[in-house]
Ligand binder design. Structure first.
Ligand code: ADP
Ligand code: MG
Length: 632
């Protein structure tokens, strides 16, 4: 069912239940007991019917939920003439469901607001050069370069080359589709293959919107697992309730005792407190720029013990500066930068973008690369001005041109090195410095305070670079020279010790993000493919947002648990009282209503969580204003 339809149905059911209850009470006060009974019954039946449909559906999926107790208590109350009690149960049940969808709607709005503020740009061909332009400036007829890992921002057609498009987020089709010149490309599909040119057919406004809706709907679709926590207890609770009701009936011979027990047991707090608290947590996290794609990842985030961090673009700020250019004599330093930058225009890698920015800063025009093939995390191959060019890590280029340059590693220990190969020969190296994000040590300390006991670095870069950059951080391990597959393997190995969180930004991180219990993508500047694969997206380019994200997850999960435990405890006391005849069904229903309101109000506390416990003692001053969310 679509959320909107669901919302309207919830409101309608609640209105009917409320109307039935009120009109019935009026008639009853006017001494028209028979009519009152009829009206109360009429108010209950639609709610009961909708509930039965819901139960049959979840039984079909193999879930035994607590909804069964609600249905049992309403039908038993109707059957034994306790229509007022049935009407009260129907109202609180439908009211609770309404509150749940209110909390969901709020989370949804918060997320869409946030996403719509994310700046989006695309790379456009103009007068033989490539420019980064805002999506709003792109008109039909424009030619865009769609790099590996990019999401097509506009609807259009393939102009050159063959495109491998992953449309799973749009159509559910999990295999990438191969498109050739002239084929239509849907905005929102991810480029799973090499860079290609897209001829725009529609403006971006619709497309951007489509992208937002897609992400948010993916988050919404994971609604079902929210109640998992409660569901684990529900079978036990169901058994206790039915046994107690049956026993009360058996020993007293009075079916009304059983009805009273069932009515008190109707476990709305259990059904609702968990989703309300978790969804409130989602919306709270969104406020801090942390998009959590549903309650399941939120729960997982709260339990993380091991953290694996990617290096370039994640632990480092991914805006490296060129330190020097080493030429091997066959090409000038300017030409080395020119060829490397021209080809790297086709890559989304932060190092590639830094090289392009540096070359553009020198004012010389770049050439448009052709036949581009990217190996994620290693480098790019292609033709520039008719020459075969390779740019990427030293090992990548050496593998292509068959020359290993041993000296380089010694001269440049600790700096990122990008090598350039042209027509089968190494031409030179660009040496770059990529510094740690500021406040990294404090961030790691904060994470440990939140209970993350093991922190590792996983990088595709060389060991020397990884060791220098992590020196003094007190990491539990540094893994270097990893391919995307080896990152996945590391995640799976670490998973044996407990739940693993992986944080990354690149196309080469996407498989590991998907494999982790919680994958976190640096969404602001990272590849769209990694945001797509992740469970959590940091929508601001600030790794420190991990702290509020995790803390909100932990605290909303705790609030959910508290609500469940308190709700069940009170309900069980009430059930025992009802079994011994101290509560009539109507009193029981009213009592349960009080418990419900208290528990749901408690769950809504998650909307007001103020994270900061982990960051407080150590927060660098410049972080504080940012913590108020992206709207400040
Ligand atoms: P990490 O895993 O730490 O994010 P990557 O695997 O993404 O690091 O990158 C490792 C190294 O690969 C970079 O330091 C750089 O030398 C090289 N590299 C990868 N892709 C490119 C590219 N498109 N252009 C230039 N260098 C690249
Ligand atoms: Mg990276």
């Amino acid at each position: 069912m679509k959320p909107l339809l669901h919302d309207r149905l919830n409101v309608a059911l609640m209105a009917i239940a409320l109307l039935g209850l009120c009109v019935g009470v009026g008639l009853w006060l006017g001494a028209r007991t028979d009519l009152a009974t009829f009206v109360w019954t009429a108010g209950v039946l639609p709610v009961l019917a909708a509930l039965v449909v819901e139960i049959v559906r979840s039984l079909w999926r193999g879930d035994v939920g607590l909804d069964i107790v609600a249905a049992l208590s309403m039908s038993a109350a109707l059957l034994f003439g306790e229509t007022l009690a049935a009407a009260v149960v129907a109202l609180m049940y439908s009211g609770g469901t309404f509150l749940e969808s209110y909390a969901q709607g709020r989370a949804r709005r918060e997320m869409s607001d946030l996403l719509s503020r994310v700046p989006r740009t695309a790379t456009r061909h103009r007068n033989g050069a490539l420019d980064e332009v805002p999506l709003d400036d792109i008109a039909p007829g424009d030619l865009l370069l769609i790099r590996q890992g990019d999401v097509a921002p506009n609807d259009g057609t393939v102009e050159s080359g063959a495109a491998m498009l992953d449309q799973s987020a749009l159509t559910g089709e999990s295999m990438p589709t191969r498109l050739t010149k002239g084929n239509d490309v849907m905005s929102g599909s991810t480029n799973a293959g090499d860079a290609f040119d897209l001829c725009v057919t529609r403006r971006a406004a619709d497309s951007t919107y489509a992208g937002i809706v897609r992400l948010v709907e993916a988050a919404q679709a994971s609604k079902a697992p929210m109640a998992r926590l409660a569901d684990r207890w529900s079978l036990l609770f169901l058994a206790v309730t039915v046994t107690l009701a049956a026993a009360a009936w058996w020993f007293t011979g009075d079916p009304i005792r059983a009805v009273a027990v069932l009515v008190v047991a109707t476990p709305c707090p259990l059904i609702l407190a968990v989703p309300v608290a978790l969804v409130a947590g989602l919306s709270r996290a969104a406020h801090f720029g942390v998009l959590i794609k549903g309650a399941k990842p939120l729960e997982a985030l709260a339990r993380i013990k091991t953290l694996i961090l990617d290096k370039t673009g994640t632990l480092t700020d991914g805006r490296p500066q060129i330190v020097s250019i080493i030429t091997l004599g066959k090409m000038s330093e300017e030409d080395i930068l020119h060829f490397a930058a021209s080809l790297d225009q086709a890559s989304k890698h932060p190092i590639a973008q830094a090289i392009v920015a540096a070359a553009q800063g020198q004012g010389a025009p770049l050439s448009i690369p052709q036949n581009v093939v990217e190996t994620p995390g290693e480098g790019v191959a292609g033709t520039v001005e008719g020459r075969q060019v390779w740019v990427g890590g030293t090992a990548f280029v050496a593998a292509q041109v068959g020359v290993v340059d041993a000296e380089i590693a010694n001269i440049t220990a600790g700096s990122v090195v990008v090598s350039l190969g042209v027509d089968g020969k190494v031409m030179g190296h660009i040496v770059m410095a990529d510094s740690l994000r500021s406040g990294t040590a404090d961030l790691l300390a904060g994470l440990r305070r939140l209970g993350i006991s093991r922190i590792l670095l996983a990088t595709g870069d060389r060991r020397a670079v990884a060791d220098v950059i992590t020196d003094g951080l007190g990491l539990d391990g540094v893994r270097a020279d990893l391919t995307p597959d080896q990152k996945v393997l590391l995640v799976l190995t670490e998973h044996k010790r407990g739940p693993v969180m992986m944080v990354g930004d690149g196309v080469n991180d996407a498989p590991a993000l998907a494999a982790a219990d919680v994958g976190v993508a640096m969404g602001a500047r990272g590849a769209a493919a990694s945001a797509e694969a992740a469970d959590v997206v940091l929508l601001v380019d600030d790794l420190n947002r991990l702290l509020p994200g995790i803390e909100i997850a932990q605290r909303s999960r705790k609030i959910a648990l508290e609500s469940v435990v308190a709700g069940i405890g009170l309900s069980i006391l009430g059930m025992i009282a009802a079994a011994f005849g101290y509560l009539t069904p109507v009193q029981g229903a009213l009592l349960q209503e009080l418990i419900d309101v208290a528990v749901i109000l408690n769950a809504l506390r998650a909307l007001r969580i103020r994270p900061g416990a982990a960051a407080k003692a150590v927060a660098p001053p410049r972080m504080l204003p940012q913590l108020n969310g992206p709207n400040t």
